[in-house]
Design a protein around this ligand. Sequence first.
Ligand SMILES: Cc1cc2nc3c(=O)[nH]c(=O)nc-3n(C[C@H](O)[C@H](O)[C@H](O)COP(=O)(O)OP(=O)(O)OC[C@H]3O[C@@H](n4cnc5c(N)ncnc54)[C@H](O)[C@@H]3O)c2cc1C
Length: 636
Amino acid sequence: MVWQSQSFVGKRRLQTVLRTWNGDVCFVAKELWEPAHSEEAGTSSGLSDLVTAIVSAATANQRLMTAGSAWSFENLIQSDGWVLSLKNLNRRLHYVTDGDAPALSETWRQRQTAAHSKRRLVHVEAGITLGALSQLLQANRNEAWSLPTLGGTNGQTLAGAIATSTHGGECEQAPLSDLVRAIHLVTDGGRQVWIEPRSEAVTDDARLRAVLPYEDTEIIRSDELFNAAVVSMGRFGVIYSVVLEVTQAFNVIEVVTAVATADVLQALADGVSTSEPLAPLLSLLAKLPYPQKPNVQSEAVGGVYSCQLVCASRNTRRCWATRRWVTRENAIPLNTPTDPRAVHVLVARAARGLARVGAALGVPVGPSLCRVLSLGFDRQTQEGRRGPFHLLASGTAGASQHIPYVVDAIEIIFPVRAPQLARFLDVVFTAAEYYEQAGFIAIRPSRASSSTLSMHNVDDSHAYAIEFATLKHMHGSKKWLQFIHQQALLHGGRPHWGLYNKLTPEDVYRLYGEKCHRWHRALWSLTRDSMRFSSDFTRQRGLDPSSLRLIMAARRNSAGEITHLAGGPDAAWSPISVRDAIADIRSGTQSYAIASGADLSFIVETEGTRGSEGELSAVPSHAPADRLLAALPTMP
Ligand SMILES: Cc1cc2nc3c(=O)[nH]c(=O)nc-3n(C[C@H](O)[C@H](O)[C@H](O)COP(=O)(O)OP(=O)(O)OC[C@H]3O[C@@H](n4cnc5c(N)ncnc54)[C@H](O)[C@@H]3O)c2cc1C
């Protein structure tokens, strides 16, 4: 049974032009649905409007993409059908976590209501921007909370940021998706699902059911489904709300120090063979002089909390290290960020203008622009800053709404101890001078993520993200990004889903391996072969059931061995020999799977008893899955 409002009270616009932040993707949505605000009381028109929109899309047989702030750079929100915007669904919800935390499990309830707890669960609608969320968390001065990690800006929506694994540069924090403890998802047909991990369930079934707006909402506790659904580029459905674990609000001090890039690269390389991979870098930075204010020695509490290394992208010999430390609660603000001043806007506009003029006249302006940028970085070394973490990490909400420049950007993520990282950095830093581009290169560490398809889900404790941003309209900007993308693939680095990302299904499989199978299995278990939330972006990257070959039958030889695999009568592929299927599987060009109800088993190559040809097996390889191959009907 599906719950929906009698009528849709939000806005519904026809033939609406939508554009991503840097203008690379522009399209006309046949219909744009904007559910109305939720009511403060909790049970809400917002959710019912959202369900109505999804049911209507199913009735009209339209694909539906969910848009956040459209800050992703590729065609993630582009739809040949309808688009849904959750911009009005930005309220705090009280029915699960607040008051005496009625829906939480006993353990979490005790934590949630303990007077001096430094952690809290908050339940918010997923269309809220990160900037508005920080403000909301700080609204009560006596009990202020904070996200423990943030990117450099905050205009993204919570769901949009989570969906692509947005992250910051906090040394011991994973990306934002790892702060999520539960999601309320609405998927095809208006089906509502509350998903949380089984290993760390936060709610209790009966209690949760009693407070959810719609009592037939399914409650699923599964690590596999939860970890896949959070970073899923909108493919699992629409995230209506999120339970996040936040931390007590805290202040930080920040200093910026110049350092030779060669020393930084050496420190990163030294980290590869140590048990504390960030230690060589942090020790190098610890030797550098601090500005007089703030006084790091006396004010810092604990080790470095955030770290970012940045250099101008055409002037890479020197870089600037921004470090932050947690400091006292009652710290006096120093140089805290404000909304952009007129002078900054003017400089940014001048740079934009120069980039365009240079491109039009064929005059190289990259080196001059980068010299100006370096001067700007240098000025920051004179005096540090002190203030609330969210402000120093990501600026004011106003600043993110009015960013005066437009860039092309790519970010590549490597395990912190990847041996190829040093080589990658060497190649791109050397090549930077040869491209007519101007912007910055930034390196940020984070903890590894447990979200299945997070770029940060690496086999290491931490990951480095290396971002390359260059002013849009520069003659060489796109070529520069193409070059970095190509080098990333050569060296095993993963491009951020939310920035420049041209991965093919083979690339995705090479970079994520078996994690792709886990993600697909989770998607299949929830929505089978539904195409409602399928986008060009997910299809082009093989993140769609339609990109799998589902095996329905097999041809066997006289000894009963499978020689060919085949799809059903409606399959868009012809029977294929086991040898060719193995070649596809090896190269990652094509995945083969067998569906059995809600279960999806991938066909993998196992050590062959027939020499190098290998054999096929189904995973998960517990007996029933393996038996699926044997049970395939024989085709003529
Ligand atoms: C100026 C700028 C600065 C940036 N800084 C950083 C940074 O510091 N660190 C970093 O990691 N990244 C950064 N990014 C990248 C950015 O965080 C990601 O692209 C992010 O996904 C954008 O969020 P959004 O709200 O704009 O989502 P959109 O771009 O609108 O959508 C992104 C994806 O989320 C899905 N989605 C949106 N809402 C929902 C929902 N309710 N339910 C299900 N799926 C949904 C969409 O379908 C889409 O697949 C930056 C981008 C820009 C433009």
